[in-house]
Every structure is written in C-alpha cells, then in structure tokens.
Design a binder for this molecule. Structure first.
Ligand SMILES: [Zn+2]
Length: 152
C-alpha cells in the first residue's frame, strides 16, 4: 500500500511512515503534479482538499480524510486499508520515507552518542539522509502513543 499525503497532512504522513507505510509527502509541489506522481507511482492520494478530489485523475484515486486531528486521520487510514500497525513499525525513515537498513554496530561508531553506542545492540540507517535509528525511550513512548490512538 503506497500513499501520497497532500500538503495539509504532514503529521499524518509522519505517523504513517512510523508505521512503515510508504507515504510520499511534498508540501511544495502543485496539485497537478501530486496527481501525476501518485498515478505514476501507484499511490493513493490522502487528502482533505475538496478541490483536489474534483480532478479527473484524483477522483478515482484518493481517500478523503476527515477531521483536523492527525489521530483521527491515522485511525481512519489504518482502518480503511486494514494496516497492521505492528507489521512495519519503525522500518522507514520518518524524514525521507526511505526503508531503513540494518547496519553493523561498528558502522554506527562515532555517529551516535557514546552512551547510545555503549547501550544499544542494533542500529538501522537511512540510505538517503544517513540518519541512524536505534531502539530508544522515545520509541517506546511512540508505541504507547500509537496504542492510545489505535487501541491495543
Ligand atoms: Zn532519511
């Protein structure tokens, strides 16, 4: 399942990426380009924009998200597309949507804080931006937060 979130849905895009869903988000590109790219890349457009959905190429290729709260929006998308929140959790770069790759511990040396290096066993990296991810407290907080949004 691949998505393209419109410019109003940045927070939703971020949380879909946390769930591991391939979600494009490009707030500065014009609507017709979003429509084209979504078709070309086989993405369903997630939108709150009633003008955008009138376009012919979007009419049959969108999911209209309701409400201003990203929590409600996330719940709608997860339900509608039967996304298993546990399946892809923390497998994608939140910043650039790239799938994360496991890297050797030695490859993380010097690139993460010494305390993190000393206490963490495994590291993942984004090939595009180079950001290194590891299991940390904020991840557990995110899991709890997701549990509150989506239920157990
Ligand atoms: Zn990245």
């Amino acid at each position: 399942m691949r998505f393209f979130a419109d410019s109003m849905l940045g927070k939703l895009a971020k949380w879909l990426r946390i769930l591991g869903c391939d979600t494009a988000f490009a707030p500065t590109i014009p609507d017709d380009e979003i429509a084209d790219r979504a078709l070309r890349e086989g993405r369903i457009i997630l939108t709150r924009d009633t003008l955008l959905i009138r376009r012919r190429s979007v009419r049959e290729n969108h999911f209209f998200v309701r409400g201003d709260s990203y929590r409600d929006q996330l719940r709608q998308v997860v339900t509608r597309f039967a996304i298993d929140p546990a399946a892809g959790l923390f497998t994608r770069c939140v910043r650039c949507n790239e799938p994360l790759e496991k890297i050797g511990r030695q490859d993380a040396a010097g690139k993460v804080p010494p305390y993190v290096f000393g206490t963490q066993e495994s590291f993942h990296a984004c090939a595009r931006c180079g950001r290194i991810y590891w299991k940390a407290t904020h991840r557990e907080e995110m899991e709890r937060h997701l549990g509150r949004i989506l239920g157990p």
